[in-house]
Design a protein. Structure first.
Length: 347
């Protein structure tokens, strides 16, 4: 089902001065005492395997004793900024259980497991190299999706909170076939909406391991939601199908479920619902969203040939002349959102 080629190695784009000013204005830029490059100075690592003894492509890394105390305190400071008030009065209650390094993918993140010894609760956060594409993706997730997302940036380091959920590939392989028809119908509906949301805001590469299933109990049933966890491919690729999760072979079982369970009229209804939701969010957050898109319009986050391909395909699809005049991916995204908002206002 994956009809188009995804770049094996997407370039990393620097944070521009304009984008950094935006991040400062909206409380995303903080001073921290440790960087991604600092964490790369680990002394060694042990491979991590899953419950089936498969290599997860993560290493549990360790540092020399001289550096470990400083690293741990710096990571506790980051946790305090993300989840507390930035002060150090909770440090004595926190322990860094592990620091893991991912050897796969573009961002090669560090995953930090931090535990509160008073109640034994733990959480994770990630330390990555800052990439403008990903920052735009995270901010668009905050502004245009039903999800809030917590991240901070300092110079060339990006810190993201952990998004709780069951990885899509695991849930599809281990649980999907055993669900009730009602649950399958709910998931089919959510996949249609998720597919449309990714397409409109130009978030690419939503293969099953790049999103999670979130399950919430509601009286006598379980509510399902799909949520993106990887934002590296925000507005980079030129092929239009890269922005539609339905065209990835990893999502084939979900596509089949939609085809089997939902009628064409229901699919169209859910698409309109999602477009309307995005339009409402865009209008309510118009000042911040316009400021973010202005940063994108003055930035380079893709290649010229990819921008040309995408704007041409979107013009053919929508017949909206604004796509033809787009000069970069910021213009393409603005045209996409304007198209949705105009149609919403005419409902």
């Amino acid at each position: 089902m994956e009809d188009n080629y995804i770049s094996k190695r997407k370039p990393s784009y620097k944070i521009t001065k304009q984008l950094r000013e935006y991040l400062k204005k909206y409380g995303r830029d903080f001073e921290v005492s440790i960087s991604y490059e600092d964490l790369l100075r680990f002394s060694g690592g042990i491979e991590i395997f899953d419950k089936n003894d498969n290599d997860t492509l993560w290493l549990s890394v360790y540092y020399n004793e001289f550096e470990k105390r400083e690293i741990d305190n710096s990571l506790k400071k980051i946790y305090s900024i993300l989840h507390y008030d930035g002060k150090d009065n909770i440090y004595d209650h926190l322990i860094i259980d592990s620091i893991d390094f991912c050897t796969f993918g573009n961002s090669k993140p560090f995953r930090i497991k931090i535990r509160n010894i008073l109640n034994q609760n733990y959480t994770y956060f990630y330390v990555k190299q800052a990439d403008a594409s990903r920052v735009y993706g995270l901010e668009l997730e905050e502004l245009l999706s039903p999800n809030n997302i917590n991240f901070i940036i300092h110079k060339d380091t990006l810190i993201e909170e952990h998004i709780i959920g069951i990885p899509g590939d695991i849930y599809i392989n281990e649980h999907l076939d055993n669900l009730s028809e009602i649950s399958k119908s709910q998931i089919a509906k959510e996949f249609v909406k998720f597919n449309e949301r990714c397409f409109i805001r130009l978030l690419g590469d939503m293969r099953s391991y790049n999103y999670v299933f979130i399950l919430s109990h509601d009286f006598d049933r379980i509510q399902y939601r799909l949520r993106a966890i990887d934002f590296d491919q925000q507005s980079f690729e030129g092929a239009i199908n890269i922005y539609k999760p339905q065209f990835f072979k990893e999502n084939y079982n979900l596509v089949q479920m939609v085809s089997k369970i939902l009628k064409k009229e229901s699919i169209e209804q859910y698409i309109v619902e999602e477009r309307s939701s995005i339009a409402k969010r865009a209008l309510s957050e118009h000042e911040r969203l316009n400021s973010l898109i202005a940063c994108m319009q003055n930035d380079t986050i893709s290649l010229a040939n990819k921008t040309e391909q995408l704007k041409t395909d979107l013009f053919k699809l929508t017949k909206d002349i604004n796509f033809k005049y787009a000069k970069n991916m910021g213009d393409v995204l603005k045209s996409s959102l304007d198209f949705v908002i105009r149609n919403y206002k005419h409902i």
